[in-house]
Structures are given as structure tokens and as C-alpha cells.
Design a protein around this ligand. Sequence first.
Ligand code: HEC
Length: 191
Amino acid sequence: MIRTRLLGAGLVLIAAVGAVVAFAATTKSAASAGEKALAIARGKYLATIMGCGDCHTPGTLFGGPNMQHMFAGSEVGWKGPWGVSFARNLTPDLDTGLGYWSEAELIKFFKTGNKPDGKQALPPMPWLTTAQLKDADLHALVAYLQSVPKISHKVPEAVPPGADYSGPAIAFPAPGAWDAPAAMPAASPKQ
Ligand code: HEC
């Protein structure tokens, strides 16, 4: 009889411990879901005020961002001494966007302009600006970019200097002495 009662008490205890553990796990995942939502909101704010969509959302530079194609890249080239570059698809689409870039690769790119394939970002991608972001803001920016709707859109490949290109482009004039570019630093010094 006593043994049965002890067994019963034991079972109640196990159930109670189980409930506490389950509750703690739920609270923890609710907290991290909350943190994630906060990071995404912060990243959205940063991407907006840093003008990422100016170049990466079509129509924006012409005064009318096409939000159906938000961050899906542009087919208007930027023509300069580097050839012709195109603001690329930043959505998490696997084939045409940033789907395969890890968080670490994105953060490295924003800090150094260096891509996973070893290439350095061509102008006018303002990586010298993103390099100033604090770590928490870099994580937030990436969390936001990874949360936007995937859009399949292949941006034209960059055209090397001197090669033919007849599509639409914003051409940079040869600068006068005042506007001549300084040598590009390998990585941005913190200001
Ligand atoms: C003035 C135009 C401009 C603005 C503003 C801009 N970008 Fe870019 N971005 C570009 C161009 C052009 C490229 C392509 C560079 C190249 O081909 O190397 C690029 C490339 C990138 C890439 C590399 C993608 C790839 O597939 O190689 C990422 C990531 C990126 N931009 C994110 C951002 C984010 C985030 C912001 C806002 C903080 C931003 N860009 C603001 C023009 C811009």
C-alpha cells in the first residue's frame, strides 16, 4: 500500500518536473522568437534608412519603387571605369538571390566588400558604409534580408571594363581632379 502511494507520488513528481521543463522550453523559444522579431524590425529600419532599396529595388531611382519586386535587383547598369555593375537580387531566393550565402558570409561582405567567391564588390555598392555597422546591427540587417519574400530574378552579370554593353546604364563621367577617386582601402577603418 505504502509502496503504491510512493509510486503515485513519484509519478506526480515526474509529471510536475516534466511540465516545468516544457514550460521553460516554451518560454525560451518564445523569448528567442521575440528577439528574432525585434532584430528583423531593426534590420528593416536600417535597410530603409541606409537606402538599400534605392539601388536594389527596381524603380526606386526613378521615383517609384516597385515593391512587388522589393530587393529583387535592377537591370539598370552602373557604368564606370570598373565596367558595368548591377545591383543584385538580395532576396533569399536560392538560384538568383542570396539564398546560399550564410550569415557569416553576408556579415563579411558588409564589413569588407568581399564576396564568398573572393571577388571584391564593384562600385557603387556602399560597403564602406555598411562596414561601420555595429555587430548587433549587422546581425539585424542580415536577419531582415533573410526574412523578405523570395523573388526569382536573375540580374545581368557584371560587364568587365572595355567590353560591349548596350543595355540601360547610368554612366559615370570621367571625373575632374576634385572628384577623382582615392585609392580604395582593402577594408574600411572604423570611424
Ligand atoms: C548606390 C547603389 C547601391 C546601394 C545604395 C546599395 N547597393 Fe548593394 N550593390 C550595388 C551594386 C551595383 C552591387 C553589385 C556589385 C558587384 O557586382 O560587385 C551590389 C551588391 C550587393 C551585394 C552582393 C550581392 C551579390 O550577389 O554579389 C549585397 C549583399 C548588397 N549589395 C547589399 C546591399 C545592402 C544591404 C544595401 C544597403 C545597406 C545596399 N546593398 C545598398 C549597389 C548598391
